[in-house]
Design a protein around this ligand. Structure first.
Ligand SMILES: C[S@@+](CC[C@H](N)C(=O)[O-])C[C@H]1O[C@@H](n2cnc3c(N)ncnc32)[C@H](O)[C@@H]1O
Length: 371
């Protein structure tokens, strides 16, 4: 941990990009000026002797549903530099108590509280981004999904922890926590345009999108270019369909020119606006857990940003959408949530989709907090 300057918000960092930093009450200690560290279980993310503490919380193995705070589970049970892709859809600071529309036998209808003071919320995001960064493999990717309320803070914190400001390049990482070599890369600001919902507006355009900020730890990150379905024009051109008929291969489109077959290799490259409908109230996919995201969105992100067989982690997993999408795409996964209701919903869903024998279920709620 390095000692920051007395007035971090106004200092100009040597060899840095613009002197840009999000500062909030509590980020720096008022007397020592030390930057806050993530709260963790059994030591900190920068613990010099992590092996000394792990005797009663062994590293968890994929694929696992973990009940507990991500601050604890990530530090106690997941080694640094291991995850290929981390997707986090944290509470958005909506000032609401989120309730389920259906209840389980073991929990009431409270899903989670989303009421915060701004400094507490920024501490939470800082922990989420710092600890996720430390758990990423050297070429791993973090995607953080929020809406207009939190997106400016998420971008600023990701820029700080990944050591990169889009358009300005690398920043000096002397204040980062934990300190890490620069080399981070901004990949995308994705707009998920969900279409449904939010149809009553005030004095503003209807708000119909969320924002997903995507950064990588290094420029060697995995990327499988996403393509959309065939357009009508492409369908007309590749008008023949080859189908083995036995279900072993998906049907393939092709065209014939001078007696030679040319197969359709995919639609247009997708752009950063993802048009995926949110889950309708009557859809089979809907579990009743509030803020559930569509499987189609998670499958697209995982296919694009996580190599085949790579480890996917969701530190704020809700009803387990990321886990199901990863399992469907044959990627191992770890899903963490502190809400008993979320874990109940996720467990039920995982049992239905992949079977009880294909994942572990671990409770981290009784492990002690070390500040
Ligand atoms: C927006 S929801 C995630 C929804 C999820 N993407 C889905 O599709 O179901 C955010 C989740 O973060 C969880 N959460 C909040 N603070 C947490 C913490 N410190 N550790 C783990 N989970 C937390 C909440 O319980 C809630 O389920």
């Amino acid at each position: 941990m390095t000692t920051p300057p007395a007035h971090p918000a106004t200092s100009t960092l040597p060899n840095a990009g613009p002197p840009l930093e999000l500062v909030w009450p509590g980020k720096y200690h008022p007397e020592t000026h030390l930057r806050r560290q993530p709260i963790t279980l059994q030591g900190t993310a920068t613990d010099p002797h992590p092996h000394r503490h792990h005797h009663h919380a062994p590293p968890i193995t994929p694929s696992t549903l973990a009940h507990g705070r991500f601050q604890h589970v990530l530090t106690a049970a997941i080694p640094e530099n291991t995850a290929d892709f981390i997707y986090a859809d944290p509470p958005f600071a909506t000032d609401r108590l989120h309730r389920t529309t259906t209840s389980t036998t073991t929990t009431d209808d409270t899903a989670y509280s989303d009421r915060w003071t701004l400094p507490d919320y920024l501490d939470f995001l800082d922990d989420l981004i710092a600890l996720s960064y430390s758990r990423l493999a050297p070429d791993g990717i973090l995607a953080v999904h929020v809406d207009h309320r939190a997106s400016p803070y998420v971008r600023s914190l990701m820029q700080e922890h990944f050591g990169v400001v889009p358009g300005w390049g690398a920043t000096h990482k002397q204040h980062s926590s934990p300190p890490v070599a620069a080399g981070g890369v901004f990949i995308n600001e994705l707009i998920w345009r969900y279409g449904l919902g939010n149809s009553r507006g005030g004095k503003y355009f209807l708000r119909k999108h969320d924002t997903i900020a995507v950064f990588a730890k290094s420029k060697d990150y995995y990327f499988d270019p996403p393509v959309g379905p065939a357009s009508d024009a492409q369908k007309a051109k590749y008008c023949h369909i080859e189908d083995t008929g036995d279900g072993t291969q998906p049907p393939r489109r092709y065209m014939v020119s001078y007696g030679k077959k040319y197969y359709f290799k995919g639609g247009k490259r997708l752009d950063s606006i993802l048009e995926i409908p949110s889950i309708s109230p009557t859809a089979r996919e809907r579990t009743g857990y509030p803020t559930q995201k569509p499987l189609a969105l998670l499958e697209l992100l995982i296919r694009t940003f996580c190599k085949p067989g790579g480890l996917v982690i969701d530190p704020v997993a809700g009803c387990g959408t990321t886990a199901i999408a990863a399992a469907r795409l044959d990627r191992p996964w770890i899903a963490i949530d502190q809400s008993p209701t979320a874990v109940d919903f996720a467990r039920k869903r995982l049992v239905e989709h992949i079977g009880a024998d294909h994942f572990d279920d671990v409770d981290y709620t009784s492990t002690p907090i070390v500040k």
